[in-house]
Design a protein around this ligand. Structure first.
Ligand code: GLA
Length: 730
């Protein structure tokens, strides 16, 4: 039983295989957070002994007990306006204009299975392992009721959090902040890790000590963003890949979010994560409920590696859905970097033909196939094939690709509109802009108002019609700008503050309809590369184009950061041409291949331009990827170096039964007369005998893990590393 409740003490213990989370209702009905860490089998409340901290007031019922203060006590869901001056999780503007919420315990319930959330993606249970704990809190004056939900996934050490806020009063109120999770940590020397970046440089890991006050990782761009990712780690100062404590927190949300971490006046840590309150004002009418997105928590006492393994398994099994979630993904060729907008049927045909000859499974036609889309300024919204460019119907071209033995995939950017498009000319009010104000353009385009049902319906019909018109096996769902000018003709001044969240709900609703209408189609998410790389999108799209930067060297860093939370199968990754279009860097084709193999693999160049030697390499890479794909996607992933600091990048996939491992990576620069780098694989069977790359010498797992292996001698820059380690059959 993973959830146990001591009714008399009002003490709640939530256990997973290796972790325990404790809460308790105190004598005033306040739900206190007691513990999140290793399993202790002891009520850890004995640690919470507070002095009278001056200027931290006490709730009225505490009388003269000045040591009792909501400003210092660890809590499960912090509120604004009632004497807790730290960051709040819930903030409500009441009908009289005050914004106090005072939540006290009302009841609890344990349910078998995992809760779902109306209108929002949520993790799900598929092996009857999950349980749900619901704790209800209420504010007796404003009649706001909050149900805190805890979903427990024992095997992956994941506890999910979400809140349902119901207005049980007679008047409308405004929610100004409705966070998904609050986590208080009373002791320890904590640091935090977040993933920052920009377009073509996403998820660069940054680790920093906490300073007193609030630090945050957030997006106010309408999408989860390239700039910061809705996933952070709190870690002990001594935490490494393989040792030390860390807590991962991830929000399953694709819109503007905020994760805040506060080191308070008495060195306690509070983390609050949810929809970005700056972008949020929700009119909660009498009797209505608001559902927050879900957050995932995991604790590891064995460093980042264990934390990543738990998130990888959880996202693959309990977040991603559909036919392809655990299936082999097709090796694809995408024409974008080969042609950009400048193509015709013959050019595409030749790219597809060469790819099919080398073993590629699917041809993906990227931007530029529809309307008058010959550049960035026109066509978005007109999802009708440009028969002139394709010299005929889409079906005719798709059939030609299929005759080569390949599947066919297509790019869409459904949420956008070009001013120079029939859609905009017919429905200018469907674009997000404020009346009497000129809207911000980005990549020369505007954003469609996805909060509107009529807009969603139009896109559903338009995309469905194309998907029905030919045998299409894959959709790349792109979104190429941040959103501004929030205004909707479907809302009024009382509920305009709901629009950023309603936009996200609209995108989810549309994706739900399309993915269920076309269950055999593989959807790949995209947002100028990885600008909406989050668990919300992974619920609909089991893979996401990781970055518009296809340079292998830069990708080692992007993929390193991405790997902290997201499974390898989720990472769209392609071999492109050299000099690389984003950086001008030249890297060997084998290096580009091993880097792209740490993902859902493909090519993005005109393979006709390669030498016959390079074509042979491509043939062999595809063969190898297909052979290794089960190991790469189903195995456990190990970060063997830190490419942000080390002179080489190396990572490893190990099969569940430890019979096989694959080390990939690159040595950044070759130096003269230099001592060779040593890599220590992990996750092998200590006592088993292994061979490397089918060699004749055998090594014990212990020797390899404790002594390591030498990286082969390199020559030139960005040399690839590939070592296949196989257990000898006894
Ligand atoms: C975005 C994507 C690219 C490509 C272009 C097309 O930038 O990330 O992969 O699809 O749009 O316009």
């Amino acid at each position: 039983m993973s959830i146990s409740v001591n009714e008399k003490e009002k003490f709640f213990s939530v256990k997973t295989a290796n972790t325990e989370y404790q809460m308790k209702v105190d004598e005033f009905g306040v739900l206190k957070h007691i513990w999140y860490g290793e399993i202790t089998n002891k009520n850890m409340e004995y640690l919470l002994d507070y002095p009278n901290v001056g200027f931290s007031g006490s709730i009225y019922e505490a009388g003269t007990r000045q040591t009792y203060s909501l400003d210092t006590l660890p809590q499960e869901y912090s509120c604004e306006g009632t004497g807790d001056y730290r960051i709040s999780s819930l903030s409500v503007l009441n009908k009289d204009g005050d914004s106090s919420v005072d939540l006290r315990f009302k009841g609890w319930e344990v349910k078998k299975g995992k809760y779902s959330i109306p209108g929002l993606p949520a993790s799900y249970d598929n092996s009857n392992e999950a349980e749900t704990l619901e704790i209800t809190l209420e504010d007796k004056v404003s009649k706001i009721e909050v149900v805190l939900k805890y979903g427990v996934f024992e095997n992956t050490d994941i506890i999910t959090r979400s809140a349902v806020i119901t207005n049980k009063g007679d008047n409308s109120v405004y929610l100004k902040n409705a966070s998904s999770v609050c986590l208080d940590i009373p002791f320890g020397n904590w640091q935090w890790v977040h993933f920052q970046g920009r377009h073509a440089m996403e998820r660069q890991l940054e680790r920093a000590s906490l300073i007193h006050g609030v630090q945050e990782s957030s997006s106010n761009r309408g999408a989860s963003s390239h700039q910061q990712n809705p996933a952070i780690v709190l870690c002990s100062a001594d935490c490494t890949e393989i040792s030390g404590s860390c807590i991962g927190a991830m929000l399953m949300y694709s819109g503007s979010f905020k994760a805040r971490v506060q080191l308070d006046q008495i060195d306690q840590v509070r983390m609050v994560m949810g929809i970005n309150p700056e972008m949020f004002k929700w009119n909660l009418k009498a009797g209505e409920s608001f559902y927050t997105p879900e957050a995932f928590l995991s604790f590891s006492s064995q460093g980042f590696e264990k934390l990543s393994h738990c998130f990888h398994k959880f996202i693959r099994n309990n977040v991603c859905r559909g036919k392809y979630k655990l299936e082999s993904r097709p090796v694809l060729i995408n024409n974008w970097e080969a042609t950009y907008f400048d193509f015709n049927e013959e050019i595409l045909y030749n790219i597809a033909k060469q790819a099919s000859e080398l073993g590629v499974d699917m041809f993906v036609l990227d931007d530029g196939w529809f309307g008058q889309r010959n550049g960035e300024t026109a066509g978005l919204g007109d999802w009708f094939v440009n028969e002139e460019k394709l010299s005929g119907s889409l079906k005719k071209f798709v059939d030609k690709v299929k005759a080569m033995g390949m599947k066919f995939g297509l790019w869409f950017e459904p949420e956008m509109v070009s001013e120079d498009s029939d859609l905009y000319r017919n429905h200018p009010d469907w674009a997000i802009k404020i009346p009497d104000r000129a809207p911000v353009r980005s990549r020369c385009q505007l954003v469609l108002d996805m909060s509107r049902k009529d807009v969603q319906d139009y896109i559903y019909e338009a995309v469905s019609n194309v998907l029905k018109s030919a045998d299409i096996s894959y959709v790349k769902w792109d979104m190429n700008r941040s959103i501004s000018d929030w205004f909707s003709h479907g809302l009024n001044s009382e509920n305009m503050g709901e629009m950023p969240h309603r936009y996200v709900l609209g995108v989810y609703s549309l994706l739900e309809r399309l993915t269920s209408s076309f269950p055999d189609v593989l959807f790949e998410g995209c947002c100028g590369g990885g600008g909406r790389f989050d668990a919300g999108m992974l619920y609909y799209c089991p893979q996401i184009w990781c970055s518009d930067d296809t340079d292998a060297y830069e990708r080692t860093k992007i993929q390193y950061g991405t790997s902290f939370f997201y499974p390898i199968s989720a990472v769209g990754s392609h071999v492109s041409t050299v000099p690389n279009h984003q950086t001008g860097r030249i890297t060997p084709i084998e290096t580009r291949a091993v880097t792209a193999m740490a993902g859902s693999f493909g090519y993005e160049l005109d393979l006709n331009t390669l030498s016959s030697e390079e074509k042979e390499s491509v043939k062999n890479q595809i063969k190898r990827f297909k052979e290794y794909q089960p190991l790469i996607h189903n195995g456990e992933y190990y970060r063997l170096s830190n490419p942000m600091e080390d002179e080489y990048a190396a990572w490893e996939f190990v099969s569940e039964d430890k019979s096989e491992a694959l080390i990939h990576g690159m040595v950044f620069f070759t130096k003269p007369n230099f001592v060779r780098y040593l890599i220590k694989p992990r996750g092998l069977d200590e006592n088993a005998e292994y061979v490397i790359n089918n060699g004749s010498e055998t090594y014990t797992g212990k020797a390899l893990m404790s002594g390591g292996v030498l990286v082969p001698k390199t020559s030139g820059d960005y040399s690839p590393i590939e070592m296949h380690i196989a257990k000898l059959l006894s």
